[in-house]
Design a protein around this ligand. Structure first.
Ligand SMILES: [Zn+2]
Length: 318
């Protein structure tokens, strides 16, 4: 395996900046200003490192708080490599078969957005890992314990010789954490994207017909796209009729009551993820209705209708 542990620093703007991707409008999460990376072997030995500062084209003025946190100056950015050239060098250094590992899940989506914006292949890397997930298997989280790189470095007693929030130093701190983990086992057992999404969906024990729909651009595809929204009754196979109200569940989950004319009600549930910062992926399941879940549905549905009514009244007054 060609494993690259990496970290990015990025700049943001005063207001959101949007761009078109496959017909959809996306918001740029950040423009990369620094890349640090280390190629490691199975023991966690560093074989090679990569480091570059980039000159932003979109968010050209370095935000004050980002300057404070990273120690970078406007001059560092202005002297950085042009965005496309710096990213191209990173991709070339890492290699087409690189598998990227990062502390958390924030950097790969930013990387892919930036690759796309300079005309490089945003499908790269094909595989990447959140090392926090592997860490948590060995060190389950206790009450009050932070998950920032600094707090975990502290917790593991790793000497803090370098500042945090320099991309290469952060990547090397991450490598030091990796050395205290059964890293290769963790990577081998790491779930696929589809498995991660089903895990996030968290289907109840009675859930059936669990399906994944990948690579969609419309956030509302779960109710607008028949490929996703057409659900068959798990018992008789007849099409279910969804309620007109979809309720939110968690940050990126939606569900509704779906009736079979013969067998009665079910719940249709979706979980969304935009793991790569570009496309929406959906996991769907059909769940049986219990007296408790039905009561909760009725209560939350009434509240949602009440909210919509108040919103419409307010809009009419203005
Ligand atoms: Zn039925």
């Amino acid at each position: 395996m060609n494993l690259i542990v990496f970290d990015l620093e990025w700049n943001i703007g005063w207001q959101p900046w949007t761009f078109r991707y496959q017909g959809a409008e996306l918001t740029l999460r950040g423009e990369i200003i620094q890349i640090g990376a280390a190629r490691i072997n199975e023991r966690g030995d560093v074989l090679d490192t990569f480091e570059v500062n980039l000159k932003p084209r979109i968010f050209r003025k370095l935000q004050k708080h980002i300057a404070q946190v990273t120690g970078l100056s406007q001059g560092d950015l202005d002297a950085g490599l042009p965005m496309r050239e710096g990213l191209r060098r990173f991709v070339e250094w890492a290699g087409p078969d690189a598998e990227l590992a990062e502390w958390g899940m924030d950097d790969v989506p930013v990387l892919k957005q930036n690759l796309f914006l300079v005309g490089l292949d945003e499908q790269w890397p094909a595989r990447w890992y959140d090392l926090q997930r592997i860490f948590l298997q060995s060190y389950p989280r206790q009450e009050g314990e932070g998950m920032t790189l600094k707090s975990v470095v502290e917790r593991l007693g790793i000497p803090q010789d370098e500042p945090f929030h320099n991309a290469l130093d952060d990547a090397l701190y991450t490598v030091k954490i990796c050395r205290q983990l059964p890293l290769w086992d963790g990577l081998a057992a790491y779930p696929t994207d589809d498995e991660l999404l089903v895990e996030a969906l968290n289907p109840s024990s009675g859930a059936v017909d669990i399906q994944i729909f990948n690579g969609l651009m419309d956030h509302d595809a779960y109710k607008n796209d028949p490929t996703l929204s057409r659900v068959a009754c798990p018992v008789c196979g007849k099409p279910l009729a969804h309620d007109e109200v979809w309720l939110k569940r968690g940050n990126t989950g939606y569900y509704t009551m779906s009736r079979c004319a013969v067998c009665g009600p079910w719940f249709t549930r979706f979980k969304l993820s935009r793991r790569d910062g570009l496309c929406w992926n959906f996991a769907r399941c059909t769940e049986p209705v219990t007296p408790e879940t039905e009561a909760r549905w009725n209560k939350q549905r009434s509240a949602a209708i009440e909210r919509m009514k108040r919103k419409a009244e307010k809009a009419a007054q203005e």
